[in-house]
Design a protein around this ligand. Structure first.
Ligand code: KG4
Ligand code: ZN
Length: 370
């Protein structure tokens, strides 16, 4: 006997206030089909633009101003009432603590006042489970999470069990795109703007570094690449005085090529590790997170997976960047597998997906989200 339930997801861990509503068709506790009823994202790009990066306190206040409106519009778009929601899911970490407190407090009020069940969701788990929203992908599968705050290779063993086999030692790729965007005065976030200019530039014009590419593990580093691009920009400034748009296009294309090469080189190693561990399993790779919205990256990974005999999945761009739908979906998977835990409703700035993996950071940078 099939059952239908509606689930609401709330996301405020960074600079997007997002609410998504999904409808699940369930066969006992198994998800048969997921329908997206609505997905509202209110970004704060205008507020952070002049700073060239996210200002946490401004972000937290903007979430507070936007969240109720976002909720009302999400219900309208889904054409349902709050009483039709069975479960509320909220991101409780990792992320910027002010935004997390805003989202979790709002969700607690909503749940208490309307007598709805509430579940706290790990933002990273939502990204790595997001390819399952629209595809039937069995566990285990390999994921590369590339976003503004994170860069990790994760083996998704099941809906509650994640193994990290590598990641960045310093900056995340999205953060690097954003900082280069700031240097080139392209506005915030830099990722989509750099992708646009890169299309018209020459990727071979500048030979930027591919750090750690000779090391046989799947750890990465983007901090030196960022410095190399900044140095090149300053050098060109001496020559051109006003950097021409053509030079900017070439810098963007060459920088993007370096990022793609680093990701590709390290993914080949991650694939080998996965194949060794799971000899008999189907080989699947997915890329998730905001940077996976990049068309050039998607194209290169599609080709790589073809060559290596991995089935390739990447969610639609609007599910790669932060959204409420993936939070609702990850909360649903957690709920249906009886893994809810009241402690998960405490906002946490840091919340690693794989608690057993040793910390990767410490060399270049402190303060990453997990
Ligand atoms: O997953 P996300 O929305 O937020 C985090 O959890 O961090 O990722 C945001 C990041 C930003 O750094 C943004 O510049 C980057 O994703 N991004 C892109 C593209 N679209 C978004 N980077 C490269 N190319 C894109 N098309
Ligand atoms: Zn994210």
């Amino acid at each position: 006997m099939f059952k239908k339930i509606n689930i609401l997801g709330i996301e405020t861990s960074c600079d997007d206030t997002a609410i998504g509503i999904i409808n699940l068709i369930l066969d006992k506790k198994k998800i048969k089909e997921t329908k997206i009823l609505s997905s509202l994202v209110i970004n704060q790009n205008k507020l952070h633009k002049k700073y060239g990066g996210i200002v946490p306190e401004i972000a937290a206040r903007a979430h507070l101003e936007n969240i109720d409106y976002c909720m009302i519009e999400a219900l309208k778009e889904a054409n349902i009432k709050l009483k039709d929601i069975e479960l509320i899911c909220v991101t409780s970490g990792p992320g910027l603590i002010g935004g997390l407190i805003t989202g979790v407090s709002y969700a607690k009020g909503l749940s208490y006042y309307n007598s709805k069940k509430l579940i706290g969701v790990n933002h990273l788990s939502a990204h790595v489970l997001s390819p399952r929203i629209k595809n039937k992908i069995n566990f285990p599968y390999l994921t590369l999470l590339i976003s503004g705050g994170h860069c990790q290779f994760i083996i998704v063993k099941d809906e509650n069990s994640f193994e990290r086999i590598g990641g960045t030692l310093d900056d995340a790729p999205g953060e690097t795109f954003d900082k280069i965007g700031k240097v080139l005065n392209l506005g915030f976030p830099g990722g989509p703007e750099i992708e646009k200019l890169a299309k018209k530039g020459n990727p071979e014009k500048f030979n930027f570094p591919r750090p750690l590419s000779k090391i046989n593990d799947c750890n990465m580093s983007f901090s030196g690449l960022k410095t190399a691009v900044r140095n090149k920009f300053n050098e060109m400034l001496q020559i051109e005085k006003n950097i021409s748009i053509d030079t900017k296009k070439d810098i963007c294309a060459s920088f993007q090529k370096s990022v793609i090469d680093i990701l590709e080189i390290k993914t080949k190693i991650a694939m080998q590790i996965f194949e060794k561990k799971y000899k008999k399993e189907k080989k699947v790779l997915s890329i998730v997170g905001g940077v996976a919205a990049n068309y050039q990256i998607r194209k290169v990974f599609d080709k790589l997976c073809n060559e290596k005999n991995f089935k390739f999945y990447v969610p639609p761009a609007e599910i790669c960047t932060d959204n409420g739908v993936m939070i609702a979906y990850a909360g649903a998977e957690k709920y249906l597998s009886n893994n809810e835990n009241l402690n998960d409703l405490n906002p946490r700035a840091r919340w690693p997906l794989d608690v057993l993996a040793p910390p990767l950071l410490g060399y270049g940078k402190k303060g990453i989200k997990s």
